[in-house]
Design a protein around this ligand. Sequence first.
Ligand SMILES: [Zn+2]
Ligand SMILES: [Zn+2]
Length: 268
Amino acid sequence: MAPWALLTPGVLVRTGHTVLTWGITLVLFLHDTALRQWEEQGELLLPLTFLLLVLGSLLLYLTVSLMDPGYVNVLPQPQEEAKEEQTAMVPQAIPLRRCRYCMVLQPLRARHCRECRRCVRRYDHHCPWMENCVGERNHPLFVAYLALQLAVLLWALYLAWSGLRFFQPWGLWLRSSGLLFATFLLLSLFSLVASLLLASHLYLVASNTTTWEFISSHRIAYLRQRPGNPFDRGLTRNLAHFFCGWPSGSWETLWAEDEEEEGSSQAV
Ligand SMILES: [Zn+2]
Ligand SMILES: [Zn+2]
């Protein structure tokens, strides 16, 4: 195998993220920012905390990026067994589909990802920055990562600002502060993106919907059949289920319960 075959998009994107993270941290330490002032005053706790948070955000990024997002098992099952399992576990009214790419029977809320070439349970989206899907297993960690990353970015933004001095001539300023100013602009952009992503994911999680369901509800069979979101159990229960797995229960059961409620309210 040629050595460059190892340079998959995943390896490139994760290496890029790691290099960018430590590059920005190095720029902040090498300029006359609050970090250096703390060091000179002998206050090492704050710079150390900052470094630990950067390391924590990087480890969380790599974990979310490398972990199984909740792939649907593709092991071939005997036809009969699969059919029996389906009838036993899934109410008949649910429009389950067989994936036309990997041929597995998709559980409710699963979707095939063309980049990963697998079906993913409670598919949210394929994140190009992670080069991985965000799905049932890694979505809570993805939200935690966004929160930690935003905290680190905002702190780094303050540090970059604390080191900026504006003076003339501009040529000299560009040489002494140009790199720090570019870092400040980059951090502003990343902070904006991370804030928007975190806000939108918290909103989606609070209403128990996914990015895919939110943008494509008109194309999704199990959502088209009735008004409203059949998986919404109220703010507290949605958050408790998302972060702690409680109350438990399959999406199929929840969907069927919602249909029963809908039927009884129509009967009244
Ligand atoms: Zn598939
Ligand atoms: Zn994917």
